[in-house]
Design a protein around this ligand. Structure first.
Ligand code: GLN
Length: 245
C-alpha cells in the first residue's frame, strides 16, 4: 500500500458473524494503527457488497445458519480471492476460519462450500462441543508466542498440505481432529478458532498482521501491559483444561 492513503480494514459480514465479540479484533487492529500514527479507515462489507480496496479483511464467529449465508454471499462477491491475489491480509475466527476453508458442515450435516482460501475442511465433531480456554504454541508464523483465547465450536477442522497449522495445542482443543493443532495459515490468510477477542489477548499476532501491511512498527509497551496481565491470568486459568484424547 502507499502510506499516503489510509489503511483500510474491512469488517466482513458483521451482521451475520458478530455473535462472539470478535468485532473487537477490528477495533484492536484499527487502534494499534492509530496509536502509531497511521490514518486508518474501518469499512463494513455486508452481503455481496465487499469492497475491493481493503488492506485487511476480518471475519468473526457465528452460528451455523448465518455462517452458511455469509459463505454463499462471499463466494458470490468474489472480493476475497481477488484480495488474496493483491496480497491483502485475511483474518478469520471460528465460523470465519471455517468458511475460509474448502468446505464445512452444518448441524444437519449439509455440506457447504467455503472460499477455498485455506486448505482445510470442517466436519461436525462426534463428541461434546469444544468450549473453554485454549493455550497453544504458535509455530513458524510467530515462533515462541503462546496463543491465548477461548473456543466455542462444534466443527472439527483438518488442515491439508496446502496450509500450515497455526499452533500446537497445550490446553483445549483447537482444530479438534486429533492432530492437537489450532488454526491454519497460508500466505497472508490466517484462521483461528479463538475468541477473546483473540487479537486483544495476543497483540503480537495483531502486530504481525499489521506488519504485513505497514511494515515493522515500534512496540506499544504501555497498552500491552494490560493485555499481558489478561493473558497471564487466562493462561493460568486454562491450566485446568485438558485436551481431548
Ligand atoms: N458454527 C460453527 C461451529 O460450531 C462456528 C461457531 C463459532 O463461530 N463460534 O463449529
Amino acid at each position: 500500500m502507499t502510506l499516503d492513503s489510509a489503511v483500510r480494514i474491512i469488517a466482513l459480514a458483521p451482521d451475520l458473524l458478530g455473535t462472539y465479540g470478535d468485532a473487537g479484533n477490528v477495533t484492536v487492529l484499527a487502534q494499534r494503527l492509530r496509536w502509531r500514527g497511521f490514518p486508518t479507515e474501518v469499512v463494513e462489507g455486508i452481503g455481496r457488497d465487499v469492497p475491493d480496496s481493503g488492506d485487511i479483511y476480518v471475519l468473526g464467529g457465528g452460528e451455523d445458519g448465518p455462517q452458511a449465508l455469509a459463505a454463499r454471499e462471499m463466494i458470490e462477491s468474489g472480493a476475497l480471492p481477488r484480495a488474496v491475489e493483491r496480497g491483502a491480509v485475511i483474518f478469520g475466527v471460528c465460523a470465519g476460519y471455517q468458511l475460509l476453508g474448502c468446505s464445512f458442515l452444518d448441524t444437519d450435516d449439509n455440506v457447504h462450500a467455503g472460499l477455498g482460501l485455506l486448505d482445510c475442511t470442517t466436519v461436525r465433531g462426534t463428541g461434546p462441543r469444544n468450549v473453554g480456554e485454549v493455550v497453544a504454541n504458535i509455530g513458524t508464523l510467530l515462533p515462541g508466542h503462546v496463543l491465548s483465547g477461548f473456543e466455542n465450536h462444534g466443527g472439527v477442522t483438518t488442515v491439508g498440505g496446502g496450509a500450515t497449522p497455526l499452533a500446537t495445542i497445550v490446553a483445549g482443543n483447537g482444530n479438534g481432529d486429533g492432530s492437537h493443532t489450532e488454526g491454519a495459515w497460508s500466505g497472508r490468510v490466517v484462521g483461528t478458532y479463538l475468541h477473546g477477542p483473540v487479537l486483544a489477548r495476543n497483540p503480537d499476532l495483531a502486530d504481525l498482521l499489521l506488519e504485513w501491511v505497514v511494515g515493522p512498527s515500534a512496540p506499544l509497551a504501555d497498552a500491552d501491559a494490560t493485555a499481558e496481565a489478561l493473558r497471564a491470568e487466562r493462561i493460568q486459568a486454562a491450566g485446568g483444561s485438558r485436551r481431548r484424547a
